[in-house]
Design a protein around this ligand. Structure first.
Ligand code: ZN
Ligand code: ZN
Length: 231
């Protein structure tokens, strides 16, 4: 299949990697890391970025991600992040007495991540709307996480929806079977050693995990608020 743009090149590359994890999660992660790198490398003093970080803040997940990224990339140094956090903390200190507004505009990187996700899922949807495209998924080791399968499925042309689902079901059934094999091997009569199925739980955990998105958090808080009113 011939890629039509840069996003499609990245998607086709991701599908050809020897990696069973969700290709959408992988590409999003890569893009957000790239964004963090760009901010810390050249945009520390960019007024727009600084203002976005001050007003939107960062969620725990992304603060941890930045920390991990800095540990893996010592060449970036720690001056950039110190400047950014000093600025953010200064802003928070001025508004410390105000009650926290849960879930609203909570994280600059989550906000960007949602836009990046839209770009990738719509491109996956376009590729899998063609017979050749969806066959790339069949040949690939990649399995979609449940969240990205559902989001992409909505964007695939009706004529290819069944095929896309069939391939995903086949891949997930294989993983479920691997878990069954692992469980069965725990029988005391079993003599066979554990194999690669012993690690499958890690992949399955990542595939079934729900996303921590602003929308979810917003709904969650809304639910808590609503329940507390109803009681
Ligand atoms: Zn995913
Ligand atoms: Zn975030």
């Amino acid at each position: 299949m011939r890629p039509r743009d840069f996003v499609e090149i990245k998607i086709i590359d991701a599908l050809s990697e020897k990696d069973q994890s969700c290709p959408v999660c992988r590409l999003i992660n890569e893009s957000v890391e790239k964004l963090v790198d760009t901010i810390l490398y050249e945009l520390v003093n960019d007024p727009q970025i600084r203002s976005n970080l001050r007003t939107m803040g960062l969620c725990k997940q992304h603060a941890e991600m930045i920390e991990r990224y800095l540990q893996q990339h010592p060449e970036l140094g720690l001056l950039g992040i110190a400047i950014i956090y000093e600025d953010m903390l200064g802003h928070e200190l001025r508004t410390l007495r105000q009650p926290s507004v849960e879930g609203v505009g909570n994280c600059y990187l989550c906000d960007r991540q949602t836009q990046i996700e839209k770009t990738y899922t719509s491109s996956f949807g376009r590729i899998f709307s063609e017979p050749q495209g969806v066959e790339l998924f069949l040949q690939s080791e990649a399995v979609f996480c449940l969240d990205h399968f559902r989001k992409t499925y909505q964007l695939v042309d009706n004529s290819m929806k069944d095929r896309f689902e069939e391939i995903q079901v086949r891949k997930l059934s294989y993983l479920k079977n691997q878990l069954s094999i692992f469980i069965e091997k725990h029988d005391y009569r079993n003599k066979k050693p554990f194999g690669k199925e012993a690690n499958v739980y890690k992949l399955v955990g990542r595939l079934i995990a729900k996303p921590v998105s602003l929308d979810n958090r917003r709904n969650h808080k809304w639910q808590i608020w609503k329940n507390s009113k109803e009681r």
